[in-house]
Design a protein around this ligand. Structure first.
Ligand SMILES: C[S@@+](CC[C@H](N)C(=O)[O-])C[C@H]1O[C@@H](n2cnc3c(N)ncnc32)[C@H](O)[C@@H]1O
Length: 216
């Protein structure tokens, strides 16, 4: 049963990632955003249990891999499409002094995030209702911007990241060569340096830094 669940998750996630990177216009359409909100609001109450069954350590392996890159703790973190806060709470444990904003388009997912934050799991966590592709932040605001298991909006991520800041795209069940190629091609024209795509358990951690100087 567990194997079937993982296979389904891998198939759906691989298709979504490939689509997001090859046809970014699709994930910006209002209809797509509404569908995402509907789907995830409907699953919010069982969401954490689903991941627990799949193995939280497997789901979080790409984040844990990406965190090995850090020398200095980030002070301002933005977790895009944070859902119920799986990654955000791990980050709050790792960087207890950081201020962490978790943004999502589903208020229902954010309500669960907020309830967990209120039970003392993380004092510096701030939920925000916002689409990942259109954020209410100035350029160069955050030290770390990440998104885990969600449609990626890399241009907007880079915009709000400060020069030298860290960029993570994390997928717990996607690691096929064609997708890795698509991801790299899409990221290469952006102001990102040291792009790495690494395997972590069943998924991948894509890490980079926002270049400090404009590349020619
Ligand atoms: C599979 S869940 C991942 C949640 C969380 N990152 C995690 O790892 O558990 C996908 C989340 O992305 C959110 N989402 C999807 N599209 C989004 C968008 N364009 N902007 C913000 N959130 C989005 C959904 O509401 C949902 O909470």
């Amino acid at each position: 049963m567990q194997k079937i669940r993982t296979m389904r998750a891998r198939g759906a996630a691989t298709q979504l990632v490939a689509l997001s990177f090859t046809l970014p216009g699709v994930i910006e359409r209002r209809g797509f955003l509404r569908a995402m909100d509907r789907i995830f609001s409907a699953t919010a109450s069982s969401y954490d249990r689903i991941w627990e069954k799949m193995g939280t350590s497997v789901v979080l392996a790409p984040l844990d891999r990406a965190l090995q890159e850090f020398s200095e703790p980030p002070a301002r973190i933005l977790d895009l499409a944070c859902g119920t806060g799986l990654a955000a709470f791990r980050l709050a444990e790792t960087f207890p002094k950081a201020r962490i904003v978790g943004a999502d388009i589903s208020q229902t997912m954010l309500n669960r995030f907020q309830t967990k934050a209120g039970t003392g799991k993380g004092g510096n966590l701030f939920p925000l209702l916002s689409p990942s592709g259109n954020l209410p932040f100035a350029d160069n605001t955050f030290d770390l911007v990440l998104t885990q298991n969600a449609p990626p909006y890399p241009e907007e991520m880079v915009r709000v990241l400060r020069p030298g800041g860290s960029f993570f795209l994390l997928f717990s069940f996607v690691f096929v060569a064609p997708v890795r190629r698509i991801v790299r091609q899409r990221l290469l024209p952006l102001a990102l340096c040291d792009i790495k795509i690494e395997k972590a358990a069943e998924g991948m951690a894509v890490t980079a830094r926002k270049c400090k100087e404009r590349r020619s």
